[in-house]
Design a protein around this ligand. Sequence first.
Ligand code: URA
Length: 240
Amino acid sequence: MTRPAGTLPLDQLLQHEGFGTRRTCRAMVWSDRVTVAGVLAENPDVRVLAEGTPYAVDGVEWVSRERVYLAMHKPLGHEVSRKPQHHASVFALLPPELDARGVQPVGRLDADSTGLLIFSDDGNFIHHLGSPRHAVTKTYVATLAEPGTSAFVHALRTGVQLRDERVPVAAASAELLAADTLRIVLTEGKYHQVRRMVAAAGNHVLTLHRPAIGSLAIDERLPEGSWRYLEAGEVAELGG
Ligand code: URA
């Protein structure tokens, strides 16, 4: 049998795309549940392109992707965990097929934080965005319990001592957008870092939102609680 480059059998493609075991996927084809480019698929061994094949399962349309790159606008009250303790999981906001592909988030947001989350099943991409060595910026906007002072902003910029850290931790940038609104940019993602840094500088975070990671900002295409695929150009700009 010839094996054109970039192709794989339909049952393997469906498995890779999160539809279950190879056996389940073969059975789906045999039960007339799968179309490829609008045509009913009858043979689970037919070779299809791993990237860019339009197909449908039970009438729901997909396009095959070797790797997925997603952006989500995380709402309040969701945990960035597959085993949430007290709230719903952000993974419940994704189609089960994408969850089944084992997508991982770039860093986390607390249950009571909102904002941009990026997910992928490309381990190198996740590592690149999360690693302090690559210094990809994470931008946060926090509302503060007390009006911020110039000493407070100066402390965040020059470094504050966090418990369990050997050396003071500094923001890449920090500025007040209003008396009680802080914009802070970090290039690392320590546990509860913004809340702990603000506390160490003598204030308290009331609300916390992450509007951007690197070059990618939340916009009107990403309402709270929704997700979308990243475009190839966005992935490339983020360093993928
Ligand atoms: N820093 C925090 O304290 N919380 C977050 O959710 C993200 C960064």
